[in-house]
Ligand binder design. Structure first.
Ligand code: SF4
Length: 362
């Protein structure tokens, strides 16, 4: 994986808020404060998200005065492309540099049914999952909503080159989205907004490692988006070894919050289950998993882990993956095995970053 870098630091105070961080309603409120009519918000959103301009100056149907007010109040976030790698299967991985010199990565996966962008929500992560290299340097900072939106916009600009559209977004890149909840929600609302990027709720997926209080909060937002949980273990003992987050919010509490989510939203959830050789991948583990999720409206996504790590996690043999899947199927569980994309550019995505990542700071 690419390195997280930090080069130049721009003090926060010198940075104006990103206009992409404003939800449609926030922009309407700001316009009202400026004595401008509400419909200007539609015009501005069209410039930002449909025409995808990079300066307020280009918003030619706004008065000069309003363009100046916008420029004095906000920035249009630009992500500097450090590298853009394209895999043999079409997957594109960007390494972007942020205004303060940190770097983040974003992956665009090309499917027959559309293009999906996997976004990053934090620089680093503090959750400390033992299989994940994103955690080695801890959390550097949260991304602003606008910086997450900008990843989708840059991806769409790349798709513009081939006259295609970003049709879905998965929030499964680096970071724990619910550890940056207050920026996550405006991001989701903007990409979903019909005047924004207009990506349908059913085409947006958020994945969490299990920050239980935020699962309750998220359920109450009642957004009709897809929700995935990185489960990775059938018992609380195994989960605590893999994911320290389980010590704060044990499996039983996590399952309670998931039941609440399903009851509140009426949506099913997806359980991501990484198979780690000898740790959680035996038939007995599959039986325990089937017991754990019995009666829960869900889908299980098995993720064969392909990397051998310094922590001695090893790959599950192919026949064992199928044996695991078979137990679940026999127990009536809706299950699939994930096909990885972008292997040759290290673009595996999905709350599971089992590859050494080095971090450099200035
Ligand atoms: S898997 Fe996700 S939540 Fe866990 S440490 Fe890595 S980025 Fe953080």
């Amino acid at each position: 994986m690419e390195e997280l870098k930090k080069t130049v630091k721009v003090p926060e105070s010198e940075q104006l808020q990103s206009v992409y961080s404003l939800k449609f309603e926030d922009l309407q409120d700001w316009l009202k404060e400026q004595g401008e009519p509400k419909f200007r918000a539609t015009q501005i959103f069209e410039w930002l998200y449909q025409k995808r301009v990079t300066s307020f100056e280009q918003m030619s149907n706004l008065s000069k005065d309003l363009r100046e007010k916008l420029a004095n109040s906000f920035t249009i976030t630009t992500l500097k492309i450090v590298t853009r790698q394209v895999s043999s299967d079409g997957t594109v991985k960007f390494l972007f540099e942020l205004h303060d010199g940190y770097s983040i990565e974003t992956v665009v996966m090309r499917h027959d049914y559309g293009n999906s962008v996997c976004v990053t929500t934090q620089v680093g992560c503090r959750l400390g999952c033992t299989f994940c290299a994103s955690t080695l340097g801890g959390l550097k900072r949260n991304l602003e909503a606008g910086e997450i939106v900008a990843q989708v916009l840059e991806s769409q600009r790349a798709m513009d080159e081939v006259e295609e559209r970003v049709s879905s977004v998965v929030v499964m890149g680096i970071g724990e989205p619910f550890d940056n909840y207050d920026e996550l929600v405006p991001f989701l609302k903007t990409i979903n907004h019909e005047k924004g990027l207009n990506i349908g709720a059913r085409h947006i997926t958020v994945s969490t490692s299990g920050v239980v209080p935020k699962i309750y909060k998220f359920a109450d937002e009642k957004m009709q988006i897809n929700f995935a949980i990185s489960l990775h273990a059938p018992t609380t003992e195994i989960r605590s070894k893999l994911m320290p987050v389980n010590r704060a919010w044990p499996l039983e509490k996590l399952m309670d919050s998931i039941r609440y989510y399903i009851e509140t939203t009426g949506r099913r959830v997806t359980f991501e289950y990484g198979l780690f050789g000898g740790v959680n991948d035996q038939e007995e583990h599959a039986e325990l998993l089937a017991d754990l999720i019995k009666g829960v409206k869900c889908h299980v996504n098995l993720i064969p882990v392909n990397y051998v790590l310094e922590r001695d996690y090893v790959r599950t043999p192919r026949e064992q993956i199928f044996a695991f899947e078979k137990v679940l199927k026999n127990r009536g569980v809706n299950v699939t095995i994930r096909r990885e994309q972008g292997h040759d550019i290290d673009a595996a995505c999905g709350q599971l970053r089992a590859k050494e990542r080095k971090e450099e700071t200035r």
